[in-house]
Design a protein. Structure first.
Length: 51
């Protein structure tokens, strides 16, 4: 019985780690998208200034 509980806890811990990892990846993706939007906006503003 104890072995089954330990396996369940290990599995639950792994799922929690996987969920945290996915959240971190999503957060990084959002940061990267935001940075790209900012850079694209700066590029567009520079082009408008030059024109």
């Amino acid at each position: 019985m104890k072995n089954i509980l330990n396996q369940a806890l290990d599995h639950n811990s792994q799922l929690t780690l996987n969920a945290c990892d996915l959240r971190q990846k999503n957060r990084m993706t959002l940061v990267e998208k935001k940075q790209k939007l900012i850079i694209d906006g700066i590029d567009e503003n520079l082009l408008n200034c030059i024109s």
